[in-house]
Write a protein that binds this ligand. Structure first.
Ligand code: XMP
Ligand code: MG
Length: 179
């Protein structure tokens, strides 16, 4: 698995420091509120679980799965809800936890859906951002790292469902997906 990685971009330790920073900011900003924290499956599952442990306000969690990619490394532009939330978002302060924003299509669709359900506020925290690839205008409220325009895996992110368990984020060797 490690042999398929061209370069480690951020180590487990560096990610840990960043996650705690984000958690501290969110804790301060959500003081006195009770956010509903939504994990966008599957990629955000590791970030979500590390992040909520660093947030000190009471919160609830739920999960949503959307697909825009299939097994390809490029966005198809088609977003579909695979798994919807279990709870109502009406009147809630919603915090969407994303692994990575690329074109921005997935997230802008998700924000739209949630706002139409009567949320009080919708805020986005993403661990990784690839702003160079944006096709819709979308700026996350909180972000961890800005990444170059490369396909990355690890810390929850996959290629064809593999590599999610790498504790760091790295660039996949192109020959892995060109095979
Ligand atoms: P969009 O283009 O809608 O895409 O912003 C967001 C979703 O696409 C996935 N994605 C990646 N997954 N390595 C991955 O493993 C990447 O480099 C990458 N870029 C985008 C991811 O699921 C994200 O939520
Ligand atoms: Mg994702």
């Amino acid at each position: 698995m490690q042999n398929d990685i061209k370069e480690v971009l951020y180590s487990e330790e560096q990610i840990g420091v960043k996650v705690r920073e984000l958690g501290a900011k969110l804790s301060a900003d959500y003081e006195g509120r009770n956010p509903l924290v939504i994990c966008v499956l599957k990629g955000a599952f590791i970030f979500m679980s590390d992040l909520v442990k660093t947030i000190t306000v009471p919160l609830e969690i739920d999960f949503m799965a959307v697909s825009s990619y299939g097994a390809s490394t490029k966005s198809s532009g088609v977003v579909k809800i695979i798994k919807d939330l279990d709870v109502s978002v009406e009147g809630r302060d919603v915090l969407i936890v994303e692994d990575i924003i690329d074109s921005g299509l997935t997230l802008s669709y998700l924000i739209d859906v949630l706002e139409h359900r009567g949320t009080k506020s919708v805020t986005v925290v993403t661990l990784f951002d690839k702003p160079a690839r944006r096709t819709v205008s979308l700026e996350p409220n909180y972000k961890g790292f800005t990444l170059p325009d490369e396909f990355v895996v690890g810390y929850g992110l996959d290629y064809a469902e593999k590599y999610r368990n790498l504790p760091y984020i790295g660039i996949l060797k192109p020959q892995v997906y060109e095979k």
